[in-house]
Ligand binder design. Sequence first.
Ligand code: C5P
Length: 232
Amino acid sequence: MNRDVIIACDFKNRAETLAFLDRFTEEKPYLKIGMELFYAEGPSIVRELKSRGHKIFLDLKLHDIPNTVKSAMAVLSSLDVDMCNLHAGGTIAMMEAALEGLMRPDGTRPLLIGVTQLTSTSEERMREDLLIERPIEEVVAHYARNTKKAGLDGVVCSPLEAARVKEVCGADFLTVTPGVRFADGDIGDQSRIATPARAKELGSDFIVVGRPITRAEDPVAAYRRCVADFIG
Ligand code: C5P
């Protein structure tokens, strides 16, 4: 599996998204479409960006009863996305049902990635808000193991957890890591962060980068800096 930089297209609508993408005249970056854009524009935005030649990670983080997730995943898979995800906290049964739903008639399916703990969640918030008393590394490793047991391809986690996830689940188990910041950039609301170069050292397969690229004065230069630091 080739490492790649995925740009988080956290935009309000199609117009903003296309205005941003039109700056990229040479590259066709891998894009992440999240809830805001998908709920605003619906499946047509996925079709449009696919037809422009982008790979798509559809980040809707499904979490519901197994049967509902299975049916929803079948719909997402039919959009020809390359990667999608769910909350690993939804249980192994839910994750197995999701995989079944994703399988296309021709035997292919998008990569399916589990969210362990959001990178904005600190150990203190886990303990106080969620009543999860264990250390965050242990919780992430446990969720990752469940994800692997269910047959998923990898997890979303902080770059700081990528090495541990590989130790627990094997080198081929994918780590998709948001919480990436340049050493000289704003942290924003993220808490468990790393630079693109550090994410590479720690074994991330994909870094997901939003504001450091989308809010940069020169997004194409910021994207290229990420690619140079992460892929080399
Ligand atoms: O702007 P920023 O680089 O923080 O964007 C990170 C992206 O990754 C956002 O779209 C956010 O929703 C997503 N994400 C995350 N932490 C996770 C899963 C997804 O930050 N655990």
